[in-house]
Design a protein around this ligand. Sequence first.
Ligand code: BG6
Length: 484
Amino acid sequence: MNNSGINEKIHRHNVPTIFAIFGVTGDLAQKKIFPALIDLYQKKLLPEKFAVVGIARRDISREDFQKFVRDAVLKKKTYDESILVSFLEHVQYSQGNFDVSETYINSQKLFDSIDAGWGQCSNKLFYLSVPPVLYELILNHLADSGLSVPCDDMNGWTRILIEKPFGKDVETAQKLDILLGTLFKEEQVYRIDHYLEKQTLQNILAFRFSNTLFEPLWNRKHIESVDIKLFESNTAKGRGVFYDDNGALRDVGQNHLLQMLALIAMEQPKDLHCSSVRKERARVFTYLQKYTKKSIKTGVVRAQYNGFRDEEGVAKDSDTETFFSLVARIKNRRWRGVPFRLTSGKALKESRVEIIINFKDATKGSFMPMQHEMQEHNKLTISIQPEEKIAILFWVKVPGFEHKIEPKELYFSYHEDASVHIDAYEKVLFDCIAGDQTSFINTAEVKSSWKFIMSVKDNLRHIPLHKYHIGDNPEDIMSLSNNL
Ligand code: BG6
């Protein structure tokens, strides 16, 4: 985005806004939403007039809630006391159960009093930071109570932010979409995949389409394979019920990993408009070859860490995967024959998120021998976590008298300038206030990504569930199977 783009967004931002957050006492609100809000506030990227209204069951006072928010943001980093105090002045609380109308009536009263203080009808952003089973209930109440109705055509928009997982399969996702479609207009609905808001991932399209260097090579003729990895060292502890119900494929496969694949594999959108970008992302998923009972035996590995069944909320005989590795094949002219390997798991040796583009071997028949026998090819690594960097591995002549080549790395790192760090959730909120849906998922993406993932999920029973130790190396887990 150029400066005028940012200024325009900030301008669109500067309308009084209420952030109504359902499920404020949950993990996501504490770890991501409040820290993102205070960071945006510190960067002066929130509207001058704003209120954060927490809505939850717990019976606590406004002061206690402010203390709760203070503790949550301080767990992540320190802030000047003056920033903290002034941010917390914007924080309010509305207690209530999500299944009774009074909760919504009380929230409406609070919103009305805030608006009266501002002398203006404010924008309302409803963030559903709750387990997906509660979506339908809350959405229906929001619509029935009139809370989600904008003040008029020009003022006081209302928007809904919905967390993943968006449904559990094609049918439930479609059902949720139909409900959303009857209650809201599509431009009010923001389906979050926070990976799309990570800086290094947002850089992929710029990198691919602004450099003449890569686009000509970005196809089956020059690329041998693509590896997409989301490795986590944390276990499912504390999220047993959710995780046992979903597994790694639903938790991160259907969304984060497939969205990374889309950014690498999509065609250049005709422009940067939200609809053009989302259309191209969605199109990639329609080319994904579905798995069958037969093909799953040669493309997918699943495993579970020892001790998963002892986590609170997990069934003693659970066969939920906490690790998977699968080969995705894209049946179009650009990518036919190029395996995209998606691998993810919990309780692994390290936390690392990266995409590796392996180019075809140019050293075969090279006019110079390699210094050592190496397996390396030219490769491009896009690191998302823990570093945010792009590195290119290429071959150079070894300096000196010898006629040999060795691999070297060229890289660019976002971390060299700490001031550019923006957390994905800051961008989620920023874009939602600005009305930019580009980095949010549309219905076509939801549908076709579920179709592919369910072709895997439905056939998992035909392959063994391997076991691994907490802290194992992903490569070792993959080698437990001869499926890949
Ligand atoms: C969430 C998943 O969507 O993404 C978690 O539910 C996962 O299981 C998390 O840990 C990873 O996100 P990040 O930004 O920490 O890499």
